[in-house]
Design a protein around this ligand. Structure first.
Ligand SMILES: *Cc1c(COP(=O)(O)O)cnc(C)c1O
Length: 470
C-alpha cells in the first residue's frame, strides 16, 4: 500500500505509516524506514509533468510516497508553504534551476532556500509535515539531531518557533565554517538548542543513536536523513532536474552527487527505482573516501574522518547506505541486521561475504570518485573562468568527479549544487582570490561561537542537558 514503510532490520516486514515514521525517525530495532515497495511513475505521467511548477512535481512524487496518510489537499498546501517565494526568493519561480557549465555538463542549484544549502529542500517540507501531524495528534515532539554544518541551520530555520517542537542539535566543535556557525548561533533560543561536541560529526551521530537506545529518550524525533520524511522530500528535485535537461522524456540522464551521509544519492536511487530514466548515479566524495572504496570494492571499512574544506561531507559512517544494503541483500531484514552488526563490531564488512559480487553497485547504476583540497580549488577556479559561476567546495567535489566520468556521448550529466559558495568564504578566497558577494539576507551575519553549549562526546552529559531543558 502507498505510504507504508518497513524497517531495514525487521525480518517480518511489519509495516508502519508514513506519518508514524515521520515522527519516529529511527525504527525501534535500530533500522531505517524504507517503502514497502517502490511506487512507479510512468513515462506518460512524467511527460505530463514537463513544464509544471516545482510544487506540482513534488506533489505528484510525494503523493506516490505518502498515499493518503496526509490528505492530498493538505499535502499541496504544505508543499506550497515549504517552497513559497518568501522562503525561496527566485526571480522566475524555478526553485531548482539547471544551468549549463560546459558542453553536456549541468549544475542543478538546490541551495536557494533560507540557509543556502540543499538541506532546506527537505527540511522546509519536513517542518511543515511534522507540524501538521503534531497538531492533528495534539502531541509535542523533542527532536535530536547531528550536523556537520548544513543540517543544523536548515533544521533550525525549518523548526524555529514551532510551538510543538523542541530541537537539540549537536555539531562538532571543529570543522564547520564561520558562516555555518554564525547561522546556527543566530537561530538559537526559543525552541532551538545548539550543542557543540568535542569530537567529529561521527561522534555526534553516534550520540544520537546511543540516546535513542535509552527507553527514556527512545521517543526523540529525528531531523537527520535517517528520517524517511527527509529522503522522500529530496526525490522530487531529481524529477525536476531530469525534465529540465532531457531532450525527450525517456532519454537517459546521469546525476553526480556530492555525498556524505549517502542521503542525497539515496534519494536519486529511489527516483530511479520509481521509474525516472537515470543512467548513472555517481557518488562524489572528498578525502573521506569510505564510500568511494565501498562502491569500487564492495568493502565498507570504517576510518576516522578528517576535517576538509568540504566539511559537510566529512563523514565515515554513512547512515543511509543501510537503505541500499537492504535492497542489495534482497530486502532481508535478518541479513541486514547481521551485516550491520558485523560492521559495528569489526569496523569493516565485505559484501562478497554476503554472496554478492563486487560489481554489484555498478549493476544498480552506481559509480564513484573522490577529490582533494587541491582538486576543489582547481575546479572552483576553472568553473569560474569558464562559466562565471562561483561554485562551493562541496559542489566542486561533484564537478571534479563529473569531469572524470564525462563521456561526451550525448547523455546530459547533472551535478547537484549542494550549497552556495557564500557559506565557505575562506576556501573561495583561496581559489579565486576574492570572497563571493553575500545575498542580502546574509549580510548582517557575524561569526563567533555564541549560541552554543560546549560538552564532551558523552551520552550522560547530553541526556542531562536535554532533561534540564524539556
Ligand atoms: C549534507 C551535505 C552534503 C552531503 O549530503 P548527504 O545527503 O549527507 O550525502 C553535501 N554537500 C553539502 C553542502 C551538504 O550540506
Amino acid at each position: 500500500m502507498k505510504g507504508m514503510l518497513i524497517s531495514t532490520r525487521d525480518k517480518n516486514k511489519t509495516p508502519i505509516s508514513y506519518t508514524d515514521a515521520l515522527l519516529q525517525g529511527l525504527a525501534p530495532d535500530g533500522g531505517l524506514y524504507v517503502p514497502e515497495s517502490y511506487p512507479q511513475i510512468s513515462l506518460t505521467e512524467l511527460r505530463e509533468l514537463k513544464n509544471s511548477p516545482y510544487v506540482d512535481i513534488a506533489f505528484k512524487v510525494k503523493s506516490e510516497l505518502i498515499g493518503d496518510f496526509i490528505p492530498p489537499v493538505k499535502l499541496k498546501e504544505l508543499l506550497s508553504a515549504a517552497y513559497s517565494a518568501e522562503r525561496f526568493p527566485v526571480p522566475n519561480g524555478n526553485i531548482v534551476p539547471v544551468t549549463k557549465i560546459s558542453d553536456g555538463i549541468y549544475l542543478q542549484n538546490l541551495s536557494l532556500g533560507p540557509t543556502a544549502a540543499f538541506k532546506d529542500m527537505a527540511l522546509q517540507q519536513l517542518g511543515q509535515e511534522m507540524n501538521f501531524e503534531l497538531e492533528r495528534r495534539d502531541e509535542n515532539l523533542v527532536l535530536l539531531g547531528a550536523t556537520s554544518g548544513d543540517t543544523g541551520s536548515a533544521a533550525e530555520a525549518a523548526l524555529k518557533g514551532l510551538p510543538r517542537a523542541k530541537l537539540f542539535m549537536t555539531s562538532p566543535e571543529v570543522g564547520m565554517s564561520d558562516f555555518q556557525k554564525a547561522q546556527m548561533g543566530a537561530l538559537s533560543g526559543d525552541n532551538i538548542f545548539n550543542i557543540s561536541i568535542k569530537g567529529r560529526f561521527d561522534d555526534c551521530q553516534d550520540l544520537v543513536k546511543e540516546l535513542k537506545k535509552d527507553p527514556e529518550f527512545a521517543k526523540l524525533g529525528a531531523v537527520n536523513s535517517i528520517n524517511w520524511g527527509r529522503i522522500s522530500s529530496q526525490i522530487p528535485y531529481y524529477f525536476s532536474g531530469y525534465l529540465q535537461v532531457a531532450k525527450k522524456v525517456g532519454d537517459p540522464v546521469d546525476f553526480v552527487v556530492p555525498s556524505g551521509n549517502f542521503g542525497n544519492i539515496l534519494s536519486a536511487y529511489v527516483a530511479k527505482k520509481m521509474g525516472l530514466p537515470i543512467r548513472r548515479l555517481i557518488v562524489a566524495t572528498n578525502e573521506n573516501s569510505v564510500l568511494d572504496t565501498l562502491i569500487k570494492t564492495g568493502v565498507y571499512k570504517l576510518t576516522s574522518a578528517v576535517v576538509t574544506s568540504s566539511p559537510s561531507m566529512d563523514i565515515s559512517k554513512s547512515s543511509n547506505y543501510e537503505r541500499l544494503v537492504f535492497d542489495l541483500l534482497g530486502r532481508r531484514g535478518d541479513k541486514v541486521t547481521d551485516y550491520m552488526l558485523e560492521f559495528g563490531t569489526l569496523g569493516t564488512v565485505d559484501l562478497v561475504k554476503y554472496g554478492l559480487t563486487s560489481d554489484r553497485f555498478e549493476r544498480l547504476g552506481f559509480f564513484s570518485g573522490t577529490s582533494t583540497h587541491a582538486d576543489r580549488l582547481n575546479t572552483i577556479r576553472k568553473t569560474f573562468d569558464e562559466s562565471g559561476i562561483v561554485i562551493d567546495p562541496h559542489t566542486a567535489d561533484g564537478v571534479k568527479v563529473a569531469q572524470d566520468f564525462f563521456k561526451g556521448d550525448g547523455v546530459p550529466m547533472v551535478c547537484m549544487a549542494t550549497a552556495l559558495s557564500v557559506k565557505f568564504e575562506d576556501t573561495i578566497k583561496e581559489a579565486i582570490g576574492e570572497v563571493p558577494s553575500r545575498p542580502d539576507r546574509f549580510v548582517g551575519l557575524v561569526s563567533g561561537s555564541e549560541g552554543f553549549t560546549l560538552m564532551g562526546a558523552n551520552a550522560n552529559e547530553l541526556k542531562d542537558f536535554i532533561r534540564k531543558n524539556t
